[in-house]
Design a protein around this ligand. Structure first.
Ligand SMILES: Cc1ncc(COP(=O)(O)O)c(C=O)c1O
Length: 455
């Protein structure tokens, strides 16, 4: 069959409140044109993030009921641990309440002033958790990743030469090497198995451990299966095991590729580092067999991990984003190519060339999507990255709008509706105006800044 259908039926539904354009104009005004300030029940299709927004399966909800809330030694923990180790065979599996808690624990131990932590591209919480210790976070993604129209199949790859020379010149300052799969900050772009192995080889040759930020490991493995020569006949599970077989540890947000609404973990092989991490965990998260989670969450993750490697699901998941990407391209909307695993990124600077970067074309497009169709997307551009510590601002490298797809939540007709809304936006694109910031906090301004239309 040509049509790739949603490989699930719907048993529980959440109603969507259908607002009118007039209502949304007023709601935008009250939210000071910041979409984070909207109430989510005033949103028709919420593409703000794919994190923690998955629909859980009947089996996951059944597992929630099985959850055992014992403080220590809960069977929920052992089910969780064995599900993680089935895919990622690390010696120590340390649960945390979400991904950034795993990062905070890891870098509180290995970070510190004068240290350097290289990655393909650090996600912003990883960067933040490194920098807060006084260490430096360095991005070494391949050059092709910087060109939104370059269709390179593995734009998440690390530049191995740059990694090698960094480790040769400053290896004594590097506690470990990170690799983010898929590369969220770079557009949800995958890393090839060859590159994972190459990064591990370079790191190990210099005596450094490799830690993988595995948030979207299953989507990454699916891309390897579809795009990497020699991998097409292999199962996603085998590819996942190969990825983690060459790593020494990982951080994970279970809010992505574990279909959970909350959760994460730090997993690693080094006994001394694991002991230090568990000490830190007890201080900040909880006892090592629950780590900031309820037993029921650990059970939901255990089941989610078995479901996420289902290839029918992954085919549908990636195809949904490709479908949206193809339709947007037909409408003449420039997008980041190739389409990523969890999101479609629109190049707002190219779509709205009459809006200067310091009048935030990404925010202008996100506001138009909400006003015309009730769609909430996320600006990833000058609003998010343009603010400097001294209060001045500079244009970000790109002005993008991310349409992140929650897992198993929306259907084909929601995707078609999204495309129709874009069609309306295309018709009025020249009339869209930029925005100015009338109030902002001293950092992370995108969450709370207040805007007003220019003029
Ligand atoms: C690549 C990556 N790493 C880490 C995180 C942090 O995970 P959490 O939101 O669970 O703290 C995220 C979340 O979006 C992510 O995308």
């Amino acid at each position: 069959m040509k049509t790739i259908i949603e490989p699930f039926r719907i048993k529980v539904v959440e109603p969507i409140r259908l607002t009118t354009r007039e209502e949304r104009v007023e709601l935008l005004r009250r939210a000071h044109w910041n979409l984070f300030a909207l109430h989510s029940d005033d949103v028709i299709i919420d593409l703000l993030t794919d994190s923690g927004t998955s629909a859980m399966s009947a089996e996951q909800w059944a597992a929630v009921m099985r959850g055992d809330e014992s403080y220590a030694g809960s069977p929920s923990y052992y089910r969780f641990e064995s599900a993680v180790r089935e895919l990622m065979p690390f010696k120590h599996v340390i649960p945390t309440h979400q991904g950034r808690a795993a990062e905070a624990i890891l870098f509180s131990i290995v970070g510190g002033s004068g240290r350097i932590v290289p990655s393909n591209t650090h996600f912003d919480t990883t960067r933040g958790n490194i920098e807060v210790t006084g260490a430096e976070a360095v991005d070494l993604v391949i050059a092709e990743a910087h060109d939104p129209s370059n269709p390179h199949p593995f734009k998440g790859n690390m530049d191995l030469d740059r990694l090698d020379s960094l480790l040769a010149s400053s290896g004594n300052r590097v506690p470990l090497v990170m690799l983010t799969i898929t590369n969220n900050a770079g557009g949800g772009q995958p890393v090839s198995l060859e590159n994972v192995r190459g990064v591990a080889e370079v790191a190990h040759r210099h005596g450094k451990a490799l830690f993988i930020d595995g948030c979207r490991f299953a989507e990454n493995a699916w891309f390897i299966k579809c795009r990497e020569p020699g991998q097409g006949a292999r199962t996603v599970v085998d590819i996942v095991r190969d990825i983690f077989a060459v790593a020494d540890g990982m951080t994970m947000s279970a809010k992505k590729d574990a279909f959970a609404n909350i959760g994460g973990w730090l997993a690693l092989n080094d006994d001394a580092l694991a002991a230090a991490a568990r000490n830190r965990l007890i201080l900040t998260e909880g006892f090592p067999t629950y780590g900031g989670l309820a037993g029921r969450d650990l059970d939901a993750i255990a089941v989610g991990l078995r479901e996420i490697v289902d290839e029918q699901y992954l085919r549908y998941r990636v195809r949904t984003n490709e479908y949206i990407g193809e339709k947007l391209t037909e409408l003449g909307v420039p997008i980041v190519l190739p389409v990523g695993g969890h999101a479609v990124f629109v190049d707002a600077r190219r779509f709205l060339p009459h809006i200067a970067p310091l009048q935030y074309p990404g925010q202008a497009l996100a506001v138009a999507l909400y006003e015309l169709g009730g769609i909430r997307a996320c600006e990833i551009g000058t609003v998010m990255f343009g603010q400097r510590p001294d209060g001045t601002e500079v244009p970000a490298e790109h002005d993008l709008v991310r349409l992140a797809m929650p897992r198993r939540v929306y259907t084909q007709s929601h995707a078609d509706y999204l495309i129709e809304v874009f069609d309306e936006v295309v018709k009025v694109r020249e009339q869209l105006q930029g925005l100015q910031i009338i109030w902002q906090p001293s950092q992370l301004r995108h969450f709370t800044a207040r805007f007003a239309p220019v003029g």
